[in-house]
Ligand binder design. Sequence first.
Ligand code: NI
Length: 264
Amino acid sequence: MIFESHAHYDDEAFDEDRDALLRSFAENGIDMVINIGASLESCRRTLALVEKYSFFYGAIGVHPSETGELTETDLLWLKERCALEKVVAVGEIGLDYYWKEPEPSVQKRWFEKQLEMAKEVKLPVVIHSRDAARDTLDIMKSSHAETTGGVVHCFSYTKEIAREYLEMGYYFGIGGVVTFTNARKLKEAVSYIPLDRILLETDSPYLAPEPNRGKRNSSLYLPYIAKEIAALKELDYEEVLAVTHENAEKLFRLQDRPASNIAE
Ligand code: NI
């Protein structure tokens, strides 16, 4: 079975066919999905999805680009939601210097506060880091982010940066970008990272893998990503699925969670 560790099914890109799509996952081998919050609104929608679908779990947090108007009251609201049974992580949180909006000092402040919150509620973190490799690591080290553990989603840095995250005990979310022919550095990093630290992800609706690059992404395309990882690491495709599934269950501590808290 396939574990989808990072998707945004609350996105309006799925408004037309969300329910039919999600109900087709089981017959296509996808048995677990982590829906990732990125703004307060998407966190609310994530909570509704995890209540509706037994195989959905949620991460609650605010993406760096959405931190401009965040308040302490909002942070408290997030923290309270972290106690819900199907909330398994804090995220996605981090730094995005590709879009320098809001300015880095604001992004950093909310990144630190959300890392602190994750420690208080004892949940792992889902990290978003774009064009901000050094600052992200500096903050994670000074905040002792190794105590919660977590995953660096859509990992896009070098082998050298990967080594630092490996030392902190982090996992790496590998998605569609690994299938792009020009992703030389990422392919090199994926060859280097041990399979027992890799999670499969799509970041749906974004970043569809080849041969569907540019289209709306969905977890149905995870096999393309797993096949590329298997090829790069000279491993069996089935082994990639099994080990990444186990990795995600371990990181999100699903063995301690109810299989379902819903009435479908
Ligand atoms: Ni995402």
